[in-house]
Design a protein around this ligand. Structure first.
Ligand code: ASP
Length: 437
């Protein structure tokens, strides 16, 4: 019998999780059972993926840079990669801002609902704002300062500090390129070996994927429904226009921007691209974490889309850390939505501040669930919008996190395909054979 493809298994896991969750919210005891005995398996699945994130980013970036071979090629590839990251980020924010300006979801929120939401989520909003306050104090150049770890081992203890690991790994890679080859061999083969080991571990973890996503989705439904399912649906319904605006923007990125990018700048068909990357998209959706999904994204791009290891191990760890098109679009839409709902007129300067800070905030957003919401507070403050307004958008946050993470991952994967193609590092024939596996 033909082996079932990974994305089919994951989809089955998700669907069964959805059905189970819907049943569980009808019976309080089953809801409790889901949270106590099913959710932990989802958590174990995510934790195992996160467990390998730091060694993977470290090893793959070091060998990625070292394998590029010479500094001039590195700077060309680096420049290209960063350039496309910035362009796609700005495009995503522009799409978000245009949609929110046309659909005006904030004006469709009844005053009474607005007041309800504000009081309901006030405490949660407060806690996010104080987390963001820590991020944001200490001057405009602080993000730059924080990119440099003062202790590599300390940085490696926190998935939220992935940017510091990226910085260190890039330096090690560059240094390896510049010392005599024979002196670097041991270090390089150590990281090569580490990389292979991590990839093997990821294959073990992926055996759990269908069960992991089942548990995650079932628990998610139970948690969203809470004690009063009707109330949860009511809230979601009240924010339907806002949710539609964000999701529509994310959808446009998926069906227009990435296909255009793939079509004009690579030799792979975008249908094949989506077929190859599907399992990573589904995992991004179920885990809400680009960092947790990174090992799978790398596997799909290399082993199913024919991107060379050299390109994927350079572009993807970098992308999972700094390139978040879905997040920046969400931040742009949410900022304007809140302003509209609070009846604020935004000047051109404030709108530009949103574009700029959403670009930077997406870079600073860690690839973990909910990080985009914390960084949104900084965008709001830069544009002079009261940060307490995030109380308004808390109800659909989990769902939007899932969709935007999926877009973040697809964005990274498409950049890796484009960079590989323009560097002559994309094997289209290989991709044709392996996209469906
Ligand atoms: N969860 C997103 C990610 O991991 C980040 C965000 O919250 O927007 O890509």
């Amino acid at each position: 019998m033909k082996k079932m493809a990974l994305h089919t298994k994951i989809l089955i896991g998700m669907t069964l999780g959805l059905i189970f969750g819907m049943i569980a919210i009808q019976f309080p005891w089953l809801g409790g059972f889901t949270l106590d005995y099913i959710k932990p398996f989802g958590t174990i699945f995510i934790r195992s993926l996160k467990m390998v994130a730091v060694p993977l980013v470290l090893a793959s970036l070091i060998i990625g840079v070292a394998n590029i071979g010479d500094i001039s090629k590195l700077s060309r590839m680096g420049g290209k990669t960063l350039g496309i990251f910035i362009i796609t980020t700005v495009i995503s924010i522009a799409i978000g801002l245009s949609l929110v300006a046309v659909l005006k979801p904030g004006h469709k929120l009844p005053e009474e609902t607005r007041q309800n939401l504000m009081s309901l989520y006030d405490a949660t909003a407060e806690s996010k704002i104080s987390v963001a306050a820590e991020v944001k104090t200490r001057g405009p150049l602080q993000p730059l300062v924080e990119m440099v770890p003062d202790n590599v081992f300390l940085a490696a203890t926190n998935n939220g500090r992935m940017l510091q690991i990226v910085f260190f790994a890039l330096l090690v890679g560059v240094a390896l390129l510049q010392i005599p080859k024979e002196k670097g061999t041991t270090v390089l083969s150590f990281f090569n070996g580490l990389n292979e080991v991590v990839i093997k571990i990821v294959q073990y973890i992926m055996l759990l994927a269908p069960y992991g996503v089942f548990a995650l989705i079932a628990a998610l439904i139970v948690e969203i429904a809470g004690d009063q399912p009707e109330k949860a649906w009511e809230l979601l319904y009240a924010l339907l226009w806002y949710t539609i605006t964000v999701v529509l923007g994310l959808f446009i990125m998926m069906v227009a921007i990435y296909p255009i990018l793939i079509r004009y700048f690579s030799k792979i068909s975008y249908l094949d691209f989506f077929k190859g990357i599907r399992p990573a998209m589904l995992l991004g959706f179920s885990t809400s974490s680009s960092t947790a999904t990174l090992p799978v994204t790398m596997d799909r791009v290399e082993k199913h889309l024919g991107v060379s290891e050299e390109v994927s191990s350079f572009v993807l760890p970098l992308g999972a850390t700094i390139n978040m098109n879905g997040t920046s679009l969400y931040q742009g839409v949410s900022a304007i939505f809140i302003a509209q709902a609070l009846g604020l007129e935004l000047s051109i300067a404030a709108q530009l501040a949103i574009v700029l800070t959403a670009t930077l905030a997406a870079v600073g957003t860690a690839g973990v669930p909910g990080a985009g919401l914390v960084m949104l507070v900084i965008v709001l403050e830069a544009a002079g919008i009261p940060a307490a307004g995030i109380a308004l958008i808390m109800a659909p946050e989990r769902i939007l996190d899932m969709v935007r993470t999926m877009v973040n991952i697809t964005g990274d994967a498409s950049v890796s395909v484009v960079v590989a193609s323009t560097e002559g590092e994309l094997d289209v024939e290989f991709a044709k054979k392996h996209v469906n596996e």
